[in-house]
Design a protein around this ligand. Sequence first.
Ligand SMILES: Cc1ncc(COP(=O)(O)O)c(C=O)c1O
Length: 385
Amino acid sequence: MVTMERLAEFPAYSRLALDPVAAAGSTLATADGAGLLDLYGGHCVNSLGAGDPGLGEALAEQWRRLSFTTNLLPLAERGAFLAALAVGMPPGEWRAFCSNSGAEANENALKIALAATGRRRVVCFEGAFHGRTAAAAAVSDNARPAFPADPFHVRRLPWGRCEGIDGSVGAVILEPIQSLAGVVEPPAGFLESLRAACDASGALLVFDEVQTGSGRLGAPWASSHYGVVPDLFTTAKGAGGGFPIGLSFATAEVAAATPAGLLGSTFGGGPMALRAATEVARRVSAPVFLEQVRAVSAVLRGAAGRGPVTAVRGVGLLLGLVTGAGVPARALRDALLARGILTGCCDDPQVLRLCPPLNLGLEQAESLLTALDSITLPAAAPASS
Ligand SMILES: Cc1ncc(COP(=O)(O)O)c(C=O)c1O
């Protein structure tokens, strides 16, 4: 007899006691019949909301007509994908490589940067999260478990600092806004200083836009929001609206210095992923869509000073609610959950993350503020020494 005990899931996640059975837009339905407002959006993934009809129809049509074919064949969907993505690209000429996840996108970007510069050192930042594969983990915060050895030399700097970006450095990688660390924005002038340090040393600047991309900041990319253009950037999560995709972009100049055979992926750039990314890119690059992201963001920012929230940080729909002294964000998450609102914790115990679908409604955003008004939380007792 086959029993559940013979095969159990790896205990990788600590899960919330919820039983989701369906989702539409920013609403999750649970088995007990309750509806939840989803302000977490599957970690930034549901850029168009859950079950978006347009995306669903595009994927169904793609599956029926041409579900998969090798990357060795030309594909009309590739042209449509590049045309849709081209609309919001930073200035200059770019080359795109498709993979399947954020970690892979970052691995490929670092591989391209080190191959193009012929250097073996990467600068990264404390608090960073770039994924769990070898190179991505090596440049994430060193408090996170990683492989026993790094695939290249790593120089880790405090967030906001630029020293040590010298001629030995091939790549400088960062999230323009550190999300998992607590939605930490770049200090004023930091991105510009990094750009200047890279220009002076010949290092390549790599933005990890796995969370900040695809319109989440109310601009196509963080580089458009901050006005600093990197040499390479990556994205994943929201780029496929729920269909897995990883994207690495390099300037045409950097791409030209990349040796043939360095990149490849069986699934990466398959017709379904391309179709999903095309649909998302078309929708999120529309000025009216981005305007709505900014409008909803402005409502959510009104959470500052409501209930236990003292401040709101972040940009667009990547926001962190900062709780008052000693009030754990986890307690606020639980209190909101009890009121039917799903949010997310992060590495900062006093920051609750919001990364809802980008088409969240204004009234849905308002309902967070009303819920906050009904919440009073005590500060946690200080840990005894
Ligand atoms: C900024 C950032 N980079 C990279 C990753 C890794 O993406 P994936 O889980 O798709 O490999 C994540 C995932 O949370 C992320 O937030």
